[in-house]
Design a protein around this ligand. Structure first.
Ligand SMILES: Nc1ncnc2c1ncn2[C@@H]1O[C@H](COP(=O)(O)OP(=O)(O)OP(=O)(O)O)[C@@H](O)[C@H]1O
Length: 679
């Protein structure tokens, strides 16, 4: 690709990735070696203010110039990757005699630049006429005439690579003409690296999040989106569950104009938004109306972001390793993308989704009680948590889980920490996409391998609502992504077959039958053929019964300020598994020890005798306390009482008196603006 910046003073031609992509001149003809050398010799004309040369290196021409960067003399090279800046040798800061001449080199890739702009004139207070001449000679940029090119990018914290802070790289070329050339060339480089960056976003803002700081946080990061040229539509939530309604109500027309949704607030608004989207996606996949296929496809291609402004912000912390709104915003502007597993939780009366955690017992009790003390801000969790810890309640329950084929296959990777480019997530995505493609091809050929009466067969009316051509296309897409080894978003067809119930659930929907079979009353457990068959076989189900202080189904690592390494040390964003953490009945002191251990190291198998950590793809929990003891509290929230607690899904309490659940991981159901935590 040829990036050409013309100016009356300078013709700067950059050929990027000439070897890979085949070079073309501006008029579209291939660049011959003679034209290349003509450009070279033309550009080697002596420069008055800066020494600009084009050097031929390994078949690529690069621009190189001596200029000032961030106020210091430097040699800057423009390569196909970005800017390589070499600062001239200077004195290191530090006490004599250790200070010695040093030079440093840095690469700023185009892929990490948000925007480039011509510098603004200095503020009136710094007008040249008001400054002493000695200062002007030391700092030429204060003269007001020095041309400036500002590159908006970020800096990684030396202590923690995933913590990013804003940075404006200031180049001071010798003349206006050169400044324009540099700005144009850098702008073209950013443009070339901008594939996947969003152009238009819908922002859902919860002004009530955290210590009511949603608006303030948004005002801090909004300029970044504007500088990156992203169009924004901002909508504030007016009441609880408003984000759910707004997300579920998005029309195809609206979806066509946006590349993603940015949730500003806590985990709650993120949870509500993706629940709304998945609900709409399932409905569209099941619908036979014209336009439903497009709507489902638009919904499944949408990316979600979380700008943290809440009390816990586990989603942002887990996705980026940082709770900084700036870091989250940069990930969005750069168009980072990865898939996220989602836990589908079915009760007798509702289907909900969780991206972080479904917790029964201690965590749910704390969330439920803390809601009345929201005016205290995030501190409410510490206060209520202490009270609940001292009370230390255990709840009787029957827990069943299945490790599944994926879980077993990945068992040997048990001690891999999830990060950017995680090998476990990649391997799991590959396995899932391959399995999905096999199942969908079978479905497209009308030869489903499910036995009659199996959960898969029960969902077939919804699945068959999807046109067969679409199923085939989805299968082909899944097969293609599988062969490439890349994670693929589940297609609307697959989502339709796995999310939509063909009939309203009965209250007895989750009555457990004999160990090893799901029984006819569980129409919700539907996975591609391999798992369904495996579950029908029954031998994979395991059952535990006892009294538990906490039962937690943890889908992602769940990092937060209190659990820097994650609630589970070896959790993953997209491995198709959850970690089932069971804390057996214990004393307040033991529970405190568990909390401290989780906070410092994250739960891992074998660390504490009374804590069990298991891999699972599906879980059923049946509380064994007296039925009907979960009552509505004064604030409308569930209040656990007697021998029953309630479920907390990503910080939101599960409504309804029946807290028996059937939960299942849906691999890579959500696409988010993230690259995983940089280690
Ligand atoms: N305008 C609003 N007024 C009152 N409540 C709202 C409004 N908008 C959203 N909510 C509710 O506020 C609750 C909390 O929101 P959110 O999770 O974003 O913040 P948080 O609880 O402080 O953070 P975290 O979940 O990270 O602890 C959600 O249940 C949501 O439904």
């Amino acid at each position: 690709m040829a990036l050409v910046a013309h100016h009356k003073h300078l013709s700067l031609e950059l050929l990027i990735d000439e070897a890979d992509q085949g070079s073309e001149q501006q008029d579209g003809r291939p660049a011959s070696s003679s034209s290349a050398s003509r450009t070279l010799s033309r550009s080697r004309r002596p420069r008055s203010s800066a020494d600009v040369v084009l050097a031929m290196e390994e078949g690529q021409r690069r621009a190189e110039a001596g200029l000032r960067v961030d106020g210091r003399p430097a040699s800057v090279r423009l390569t196909s990757e970005g800017l390589v800046i070499e600062w001239a040798a200077g004195r290191r800061r530090g006490p004599w005699p250790s200070s010695a001449p040093s030079s440093s080199c840095e690469t700023v890739p185009f892929a990490e630049m948000l925007a480039v702009q011509r510098g603004q004139p200095p503020p009136a207070a710094l007008a040249p006429s008001r400054l002493p001449s000695c200062l002007l000679s030391c700092l030429p940029c204060l003269r007001g005439r020095t041309p400036r090119v500002e590159v908006l990018t970020f800096r990684r914290s030396p202590a923690c690579r995933c913590e990013w802070t804003p940075r404006t790289l200031v180049l001071e070329p010798g003349s206006e003409g050169e400044a324009e050339d540099w700005a144009a060339a850098i702008g073209a480089g950013i443009e070339a690296a901008a594939a996947g960056r969003p152009k238009s976003l819908l922002v859902l803002l919860n002004p009530n999040a955290g210590a009511r700081q949603g608006r303030r946080v948004w005002q801090r990061v909004a300029p970044l989106f504007k500088a990156a040229g992203i169009r924004l539509t901002v909508r504030e939530t007016k009441r609880p569950a408003h984000a759910h309604v707004m997300a579920a109500g998005l029309t195809a027309e609206q979806l066509r104009t946006i590349d993603g949704i940015v949730c500003v607030g806590g985990d709650g608004i993120f949870h509500e938004t993706f629940n709304g989207l998945l609900e709409a996606r399932a409905a569209a996949a099941a619908s036979t109306e014209s336009g439903a296929v497009e709507l489902a496809a638009l919904l499944s291609s949408l990316r979600l972001a979380h700008i943290p402004a809440g009390s816990t912000d586990a989603v942002a912390c887990t996705l980026h390793g940082s709770r900084s709104p700036f870091t989250a915003a940069v990930h969005v502007c750069l168009g980072d993308s990865c898939l996220l597993d989602v836990l589908r939780v079915d009760t007798a009366s509702a289907t909900k989704f969780a991206s972080c955690i479904a917790a029964y017992g201690f965590l749910a009790d704390v969330t439920s009680a803390a809601e009345s003390y929201r005016f205290l801000g995030p501190m409410r969790y510490d206060l209520v948590g202490t009270v609940k810890l001292l009370a230390s309640r255990a709840y009787p329950a029957r827990v069943r889980y299945i490790e599944g084929e994926v879980g077993r296959a990945l068992r040997k990777h048990g001690s891999t920490v999830c990060g950017a480019g995680c090998s476990v997530c990649r391997a799991a995505s590959f396995m899932h996409s391959r399995r999905m493609s096999e199942a969908q091809l079978a479905q497209a050929n009308g030869s489903s391998s499910s036995a009659p009466g199996s959960p898969r067969a029960q969902a077939s009316p919804a699945a068959s609502a999807a046109p067969s051509g679409m199923a085939a296309a989805a299968a082909a897409a899944a097969a293609a992504s599988g062969s490439a080894g890349l994670p693929a978003a589940p297609s609307s067809a697959s989502l339709g077959s796995s999310l939509v119930r063909s009939e309203p659930p009965s209250p007895a929907a989750h009555t457990l039958t004999t160990a090893g079979s799901l029984g006819p009353a569980s129409p919700h457990f539907v996975l591609p053929a391999a798992d369904a068959a495996e579950r029908q076989g029954g031998e994979e189900w395991r059952e535990l019964e006892g009294e538990f202080n906490a039962i937690m189904c943890i889908v992602m690592p769940c990092r937060s300020d209190k659990t820097k390494k994650g609630m589970v040390r070896y959790g993953h964003l997209c491995d198709g598994r959850l970690k089932l953490v069971l804390v057996s009945k214990c004393s307040p002191l033991q529970y405190l020890r568990f909390l401290l251990h989780m906070s410092r190291h994250g739960c891992a198998p074998g660390a504490l005798k009374y804590v069990t950590v298991l891999d699972a793809v599906a879980v059923q929990v049946e509380p064994l306390g007296a039925a009907g003891q979960v009552a509505g509290g004064s604030n409308g929230q569930q209040q656990p009482c007697g021998k029953l607690s309630c479920w907390n899904l990503d910080g939101e309490l599960l409504p309804g008196p029946d807290q028996s659940i059937a939960a299942e991981v849906h691999p890579g159901l959500l696409r988010v603006f993230s690259r995983g935590v940089e280690q």
